[in-house]
Design a protein around this ligand. Structure first.
Ligand code: C2E
Ligand code: CA
Ligand code: CA
Length: 700
């Protein structure tokens, strides 16, 4: 007896198989990506839904087949076949939910599944309860079992592979996989069906027949519903998981970025943004360690104050960006000359501090200082240009110069200032009459005090000459100490000591009074009227009694205020620009001239310069020194002269030593000069001689 297939129902069975497969693959992923109880729920629910799906496919497939006799199915056997399908599905899901499945497990699983599906099928067939029983063709049955195993294997492999696909291709891959699996399962079914031979007089023992079409439709609808609901749940759960996953990820990201921000803030608080070097706050932390008495008992800690020479000029003439580059490069060069345990910090514009802890001998600090100077021998190249830089270094040593950071910094700063005074590009230790021992220092201080009371000082005078006329137009008073044993001591050797001890105030007063008196004396003997310039140091300038004192001196000496000029350095002026401007204004109202000394070495903010009541800029002699050989210096001086011209200031070049320098400065528009080229500072009687005769016109 031959059976007939209803093509619609066959198609429906295939569809059921494909949908079931698709759902199963989704479930497999759910089981894999869930944990604990939820995973078990998914496994159980998935097994039921997938089992019914496969079973429905099988049953619809059976219904698609009709024998020319009345057919019916035993309910209990049918239910058993369904149970088998569910158990097999549960097993399959369990296998794919394990992340790493080895080949043996995979093959074993496939065989178990294949046998299970076959068992389901043949149990389902048995539910027909035909008489005589169905005769099976052994070979075809075997083929159907093999197909079932192969289909299971394919299904397992696909299900295991799928989660590793990229999100974009995961969906299409799942559809294709579902098709392959669906066809494999139906293939198994129809192969198994073809193995069945029905004898011509077969009758169905299991009760009345139902309309196949209706039953098939009903089963399909029910299984589609189950599958659909499962799929929906699965998709929903996947979304939820994705959302929670994302939420968790973003939460942990937020925490991470908070941590990062915190680290960053900490770093910013302790570092200088430009060079990434520690800043002052960090320096304090680092140094407090090195300055503890335990450390200082057995070793020295040296603190160096480094200041880039002429940095301000680089900044003003080449721009801030170039300035920043120079600072970064300087930071690198300094760092590269230090030991690991040393600290370098940037504490201001072009100011760096280096701390060398654990020094056995102080001399080691001198070696390092020299290394740091050497680090700037090669010019810094910047966008093709070569910038010549150097540093001035002041060194203080703990414990001898103090053991508090502020104290050491202050003293290193004093020493650095001194290094600048000595023409920059050098290092100086902090100590009065520098680099000498504490005992010696005390005796120096004592002898210096005695020098003041005994008036061991002299004023020497250096002429200022007009570039245009070649005539002497002024004199600068420069102090000398006629030491009973050491002979004539130059000011660089005692002015720092005078400043530290405050003795600069009475000393400076003596200078002003003496210079005014001297000038008046010369005028009284009929010499040409000259303006006399005196150097006023910072401490002296800040004396509240300064104005009173000067007007008293002018009163007392009867010198025309127009014949007095005060030279103050940039750093004095910039210390407190507003107040300085007031004081300078009052001095000018009195008729006194004001000039900014050592211009170019300090930090003059050009905007302040414009507001200050001053008459003259004195170009620092360190620029003049190399003006012929060094293009940078020439450019700087040109810029200063141009600046002075726009601000309508008189400009004086210091330290002019030869004809070439003179010619250059004259050509770019300097008004006056001062230097060995015309005359060294000389004693008063030499001035009389010099001015008594007609002044020679300097060759142009
Ligand atoms: P300064 O005010 O820049 O004085 C100019 C210095 O340059 C003087 O050094 C002078 O001798 C030197 N000089 C002049 N022409 C040339 C030259 O052609 N070549 C070279 N190489 N040097 C030249 P001096 O007299 O040793 O004074 C050094 C510094 O000491 C002065 O620098 C000034 O800052 C300070 N000083 C001098 N006298 C006084 C004073 O009475 N009071 C104060 N507070 N400081 C003073
Ligand atoms: Ca001066
Ligand atoms: Ca000067």
């Amino acid at each position: 007896m031959l059976g007939l297939y209803n093509p619609w129902l066959v198609a429906l069975s295939i569809l059921v198989a494909v949908v079931a497969s698709y759902t199963t693959l989704d479930l497999a992923r759910r089981v894999t990506s869930s944990h604990g109880k939820l995973a078990r729920v998914w496994l159980l629910g998935g097994a039921c839904s997938m089992g019914t799906g496969i079973w429905a496919m099988h049953f619809v497939g059976m219904l698609a087949f009709s024998l020319p006799i009345a057919m019916a199915y035993q309910v209990s056997t049918t239910l058993i076949s369904m149970l088998i399908a569910i158990v097999v599905s549960g097993f399959a899901l369990f296998i794919v939910s394990r992340r790493d499945v080895n080949l043996r497990e995979l093959l074993g699983g496939a065989i178990f599944m294949g046998l299970g599906i076959s068992a389901m099928h043949y149990t389902g067939m048995a539910a027909m309860d035909l008489s005589p029983p169905i005769a099976y063709d052994g070979l075809t049955v075997a083929a159907s079992v093999v197909i079932a195993i192969v289909a299971s294997l394919a299904a397992l492999v696909i299900a295991l592979k799928l989660p590793s696909y990229d999100a974009k291709i995961a969906r299409p891959a799942q559809v294709v996989s579902a098709l392959i699996m669906g066809f494999a399962i139906t293939g198994m079914h129809y192969t198994a069906m073809s193995a069945a031979n029905f004898s011509p007089n077969t009758i169905c023992l299991s009760g009345t027949s139902v309309n196949n079409n209706w039953l098939a439709t009903l089963i399909s609808v029910v299984s589609f519903t189950i599958l659909g609901v499962t799929l929906l749940l699965s998709v929903f759960d996947a979304r939820l998981a994705l959302r929670t996953g994302k939420l968790q990820a973003s939460l942990s990201k937020t925490k991470e970025s908070l941590d990062q921000a915190h680290d960053r803030l900490r770093h910013l608080a302790l570092h200088d943004a430009l060079t990434n070097l520690p800043n002052r706050a960090f320096l304090e932390q680092r140094v407090s360690q090195a300055l503890q008495p335990v450390h200082l008992a057995s070793s020295h800690t040296a603190l160096m104050f480094l200041d880039l020479d002429r940095f301000k000029i680089v900044n003003d003439s080449l721009g801030h960006q170039a300035g920043d580059e120079v600072l970064k490069e300087a930071a690198l060069r300094i760092r590269s000359r230090l030991r690991h345990e040393d600290t370098i910090a940037r504490i201001g514009g072009d100011e760096f501090v280096v701390v060398l802890p654990g020094l056995e001998h102080i001399e080691y600090a001198a070696l390092v200082a020299q290394k740091l100077l050497d680090a700037f021998v090669t010019p810094i190249s910047l966008r093709g240009a070569e910038i010549n830089t150097s540093v001035s270094i002041g060194v203080s040593v703990a414990p001898q110069d103090g053991s508090a950071l502020d104290e050491l910094l202050g003293r290193a700063d004093v020493a650095m200032y001194h290094a600048k005074k000595l023409g920059r590009n050098n290092y100086q230790f902090y100590a009065p009459l520098l680099n000498e021992s504490a005992g010696k220092r005390l005796s120096q201080e004592n002898s210096f005090r005695r020098a003041i009371s005994e008036e061991q000082f002299e004023l020497w005078y250096q002429p200022k000459i007009s570039m245009g006329t070649g005539r002497v137009v002024g004199l600068e008073a420069l102090i000398r100490w006629r030491h009973p044993e050491r002979g004539l001591v130059p000011p660089v050797e005692f002015i720092p000591l005078a400043e530290e001890t405050g003795l600069i105030v009475p000393l400076g007063a003596w200078v002003i009074r003496t210079a005014c008196r001297q000038n008046k004396l010369w005028q009284d003997i009929g010499m040409p009227k000259l303006r006399i310039a005196v150097n006023v140091s910072a401490a002296q300038f800040r004396q509240p009694t300064l104005l009173r004192f000067i007007s008293d001196v002018l009163q007392e000496t009867q010198l025309d205020p127009d014949c007095l000029e005060l030279e103050v350095t940039e750093s004095v002026v910039m210390y407190n620009p507003e107040e300085t401007a007031l004081t300078l204004g009052k001095l000018r109202e009195m008729g006194i001239h004001i000039s900014i000394d050592d211009f170019g070495t300090g930090y003059s903010s050009l905007s302040y310069l414009k507001k200050l009541p001053i008459d003259t800029l004195k170009v620092d002699r360190s620029f003049v020194k190399d003006i012929i050989a060094n293009g940078d210096d020439a450019a700087i001086v040109r810029a200063i002269v141009a600046l002075a011209q726009t601000l309508k200031l008189n400009i004086v070049a210091e330290g002019v030593e030869d004809q070439a320098q003179f010619a250059f400065l004259s050509a770019i528009g300097c008004d006056e000069y001062q230097g060995y080229y015309f005359s060294r500072p000389v004693q008063p009687h030499d001035i009389v001689q010099m001015l008594g005769q007609p002044t020679p016109i300097a060759a142009a």
